[in-house]
Design a binder for this molecule. Structure first.
Ligand code: ADP
Length: 450
C-alpha cells in the first residue's frame, strides 16, 4: 500500500510529537509512524524536568540564571566534547520551549535545582508529578486537536531517496505487510539505542551483560536507517550507565543510598568491593558476582533518612527482615555468613578503616538498626548520548559534512548536544527544542517541494 504526506515522522516520543505539532501548525500534512502499540517511548519514563534559562517562571521566582550559564554547565557536564553550536542553539531556545509548552497547556511552572546546574532551571509540573507522565498525554491531546494521525504497530525499515534527496519511508505493519510513504521530508525521531544490547556492545564492548532502564522500542533503528543513506554519526560510544538498577522494575537506586551507609553483598553473603568507587568499576564488579547481581544492604537508619527509599519500599522492590538472619533467609543467603559480613563491616565503620576493600567515604554509620533491608541491583544502560549527526537546523549531515536534503532528525537519536555526559533535565529540553525545530524546518523545506 502506498500513502503520501508532506512530512513523515518516525517515532511518537517527545521529539516526534513536538515536531508534528509545529509542522502541522505551519500548514503541513503530517503522519507519524510508531512501531510500538503506544506512544511516549523513553519520554514517558522521564522523571525530572526540562532545563531552561531566563524563563518567565524563573523571573517570577527571582531566580538568577543566564543562557551563558546553561551553555557552560552543559559543556562542562558533557566533559567538553559537546558540539558548541548545538549547545548554544539549545540554551538560547530553551526559554521559548517553556513558553511554547505553556501555550499548549503543559504545566512547567515549578523550577527545581538539578545536579550539575549552577542555578535552579529544571522546569516541571507544579503538582510534583514526574514530567514524562504529564507531557506525553498533553502532546497527544494536541495531536488529536490537530487531527494528526499516529499509525501504531508500524515499524519504519528504510528511508527512500532519489538523487540524494530523501523522499519517503518504507515500513511494515503488524501483519508484516509492507507500506510505502512518499513524502517531501522525513523526520527521524526514533530515540536512542539503550534497549539494543547488540548495538551498544558494538560501540562499547565493556557494556556486555548490562540490562537497561529503557523502553523496549529504544533499539536505534533510526541510526541504522540514516547510515544507510550516508548519514554520519557522533559520540556513539558515549553511553550513560548506572551500576545500581533494581532488577525487577529497572528503578535506578541513587548513589546516595551507599553514601548513607549501604553496602553490597553477593549471593554468597559477602562484600566484594568498595561501594564508593566509580560507576564503571562497580558495574564490572557486580557482573562478576554469581548471577550477575548484588544486594544493597541497609538498615532502618538509612531507610528513615531517605524518602525515595521509603517510596521504593512501598512499591515492593525492597526486601525486609526483622533481623539479619531473617533477611538472609528471604534472600536464601547463609545467615552465618551474612551476620559475619555485617559484623566485620560494622567494625570497619567503628575504626574508620575498611581493611578488606579500602572504602573511604560513607563510613559514618554502621548497619545495626533493625529491621534490615535488601535491594537486588544490577548495572544498566540508561541513555545514549551519541547518534545521528545534525546541525542546528536539525538537518542530517552526511559523512562528507553536507546536509542530506529532505532528512531531519531530533531527540535521543541524534548526537553532539550532550557530549560525554547528559545532565538531568537536558533530555526533555533537547526533545522540545530540537523536536520543534525539526517540525519547523522540515515543513519549510516540504513547502519548497510542492
Ligand atoms: P525522544 O526522547 O528522542 O523523543 P523516545 O524514546 O521518547 O525518543 O521516542 C522514540 C519513539 O520512536 C518510541 O516511541 C519508539 O518506539 C519509536 N520508534 C523507534 N524505532 C522506530 C521505528 N523503526 N519505526 C517507528 N517507530 C520507532
Amino acid at each position: 500500500t502506498v500513502y503520501s504526506a508532506d512530512i513523515v515522522i518516525i517515532g511518537a516520543g517527545g521529539a516526534g510529537m513536538a515536531a508534528a505539532i509545529e509542522a502541522s501548525d505551519a500548514g503541513a500534512n503530517v503522519v507519524i509512524l510508531e512501531k510500538m502499540s503506544y506512544a511516549g517511548g523513553n519520554t514517558i519514563r522521564s522523571e525530572g524536568g526540562l532545563n531552561a534559562a531566563e524563563t518567565v517562571f524563573q523571573k517570577e521566582k527571582n531566580i538568577e540564571d543566564s543562557v551563558q550559564s546553561m551553555i557552560d554547565d552543559t559543556y562542562i557536564g558533557g566533559k567538553e566534547i559537546n558540539n558548541m553550536e548545538l549547545v548554544t542553539y539549545f540554551a538560547e531556545n530553551s526559554a521559548a520551549a517553556i513558553d511554547w509548552l505553556t501555550s499548549i497547556n503543559m504545566d512547567v511552572s515549578d523550577v527545581a535545582q538539578g545536579a550539575g546546574a549552577t542555578y535552579p532551571r529544571m522546569h516541571r509540573p507544579a503538582d510534583g508529578s514526574k514530567i514524562g507522565g504529564v507531557l506525553v498525554p498533553v502532546l497527544m491531546k494536541n495531536l488529536e486537536e490537530r487531527q494528526i494521525t499516529i499509525l501504531y504497530n508500524t515499524t519504519a525499515t528504510e528511508l527512500l531517496s532519489e538523487n540524494g534527496e530523501v523522499n519517503g519511508v518504507k515500513a511494515v505493519d503488524k501483519n508484516g505487510e509492507e507500506l510505502v510513504f512518499n513524502a517531501n521530508a522525513v523526520i527521524i525521531a526514533t530515540g536512542g539505542f539503550g534497549a539494543n544490547e547488540d548495538l551498544y556492545v558494538k560501540y562499547r564492548p565493556d557494556l556486555k551483560g548490562f540490562t537497561t532502564t529503557n523502553h523496549p522500542g529504544a533499539t536505534g533503528d533510526g541510526i541504522v536507517m540514516a547510515e544507510a543513506v550516508g548519514a554520519d554519526t557522533v559520540d556513539t560510544d558515549q553511553i550513560q550507565t548506572n551500576p545500581t538498577v533494581e532488577v525487577t522494575t529497572n528503578t535506578v537506586i541513587s548513589e546516595s543510598v551507599r553514601g548513607k551507609g549501604a553496602i553490597f553483598v553477593n549471593q554468597d553473603g559477602k562484600r566484594f568491593i568498595s561501594e564508593m568507587l566509580t560507576r564503571d568499576v562497580l558495574s564490572t564488579a557486580i557482573l562478576e558476582q554469581p548471577g550477575k547481581y548484588a544486594y544493597m544492604i541497609l538498615d532502618q537508619n538509612t531507610m528513615d533518612s531517605m524518602k525515595a527509599l521509603q517510596e521504593n519500599y512501598e512499591k515492593g522492590i525492597i526486601t525486609k527482615g526483622e533481623t539479619l538472619a531473617d533477611l538472609a533467609g528471604v534472600l536464601e543467603i547463609d545467615a552465618d555468613v551474612l551476620e559475619s559480613t555485617i559484623a566485620v563491616w560494622n567494625e570497619a565503620v567503628a575504626n574508620k578503616n575498611d581493611a578488606e576493600f579500602g572504602r573511604e567515604t560513607g563510613l559514618d554509620v554502621d548497619l545495626s538498626q533493625a529491621p534490615y533491608y535488601a535491594i537486588k541491583v544490577s548495572p544498566a544502560v540508561h541513555y545514549t548520548m551519541g547518534g545521528i549527526k545534525i546541525n542546528t537546523l536539525t538537518e542530517v549531515i552526511n559523512v562528507d559534512g553536507d546536509s542530506i536534503k529532505g532528512l531531519y532528525a531530533a531527540g535521543e537519536v541524534t548526537g553532539g548536544l550532550h557530549g560525554g555526559n547528559r545532565l538531568g533535565g537536558n533530555a526533555v529540553a533537547d526533545i522540545m527544542v530540537f523536536g520543534r525545530q525539526a517540525g519547523i524546518q522540515a515543513s519549510a523545506y516540504a513547502e519548497t517541494k510542492d
